[in-house]
Design a binder for this molecule. Structure first.
Ligand SMILES: [Fe+2]
Length: 264
């Protein structure tokens, strides 16, 4: 699956990205904060995907293709937030599909190898889906799995930094404007004990949302991602901001079992 993507082509995409994000600069600090949040997220997902790719032994072309996908995976976020003032797809539109629309509208991939163009667009499209389609090529699914893992690694970083921040200023865009009520939902608990990722539709409060983030461990595709997750202790950091209860202990026992048996 040799798909060429040159250093020059990747550089071209990076300078397009920088210019594109700059066009969303906003005088309102609250809006600007969320634009910067996604810009910084993108850069860290680029690093994360390369880290995972290197650990998997990918060659230079494959690493560059992976990085291009990471660079563009959330390109829809800037227009989404500017237009709707939210990152909630359900309250605005699917930011992955919007991303593909922008990639096509701006015609930024035209000079790339057709196979690279296809894999970049499909990986962006699939990055936030509950699950991957079955009728897709193995090489495309490989890159889609890579971006899904890299994206999760960085969202864990963003939310754990946020939950453990010194100042307690709230950011509704991170917590999706959910109520910070006590307890968590039965459906969310059931998903976790069945080793399934939580469905966003079952998320009713901030605790459910934290548990959804915990449940992404069941949707990881590669050993190096699991190793990074354990090294950085993201799940333990989320556990520290969840209520203490027997049920939460049960969830984390299931996770320990899952981690031990994980063989992608
Ligand atoms: Fe995304």
């Amino acid at each position: 699956m040799e798909i060429p993507l040159t250093e020059k082509e990747l550089k071209g995409l990076k300078s397009w990205f920088a210019k594109y994000v700059k066009s969303f600069q906003h005088a309102d600090p609250e809006i600007q904060q969320n634009i910067t949040l996604k810009e910084d997220h993108t850069h860290r997902v680029c690093e994360a995907i390369v880290d995972i790719g290197v650990a998997l032994g990918l060659d230079h072309d494959a690493l560059r293709l992976a990085e291009a996908i990471a660079l563009l995976h959330d390109i829809g976020r800037f227009e989404q937030f500017t237009r709707y003032r939210t990152f909630m797809d359900a309250k605005s539109e699917n930011h992955a599909e919007l991303g593909v629309t922008i990639i096509e509208r701006e015609d930024i991939l035209a000079s790339l190898n057709p196979a690279a163009q296809y894999i970049i667009k499909q990986s962006v499209r699939y990055h936030n889906r509950p699950s991957l389609p079955l009728n897709e090529s193995q090489s495309c699914l490989f890159y889609a799995r890579l971006i899904r893992d890299a994206d999760k690694l960085d969202i864990w970083k963003v939310v754990t930094d946020y939950y453990h921040r010194k100042h307690k200023r709230k950011n509704g865009a991170i917590e999706l404007e959910l109520p910070d009520s006590i307890g968590f939902s039965d459906e969310v608990f059931r998903s976790l004990t069945n080793m399934h990722p939580v469905n966003i539709h079952d998320v009713k409060n901030v605790n459910d949302f934290k548990l959804l983030q915990v449940s992404w461990v069941f949707d990881l595709n590669f050993r190096p991602t699991m190793d990074f997750l354990r090294e950085r202790q993201y799940l333990e950091l989320i556990r520290q901001v969840l209520p203490e209860s027997e049920k939460i202990n049960d969830i984390f026992k299931v996770i320990v079992t899952y981690e031990k048996s994980f063989c992608p």
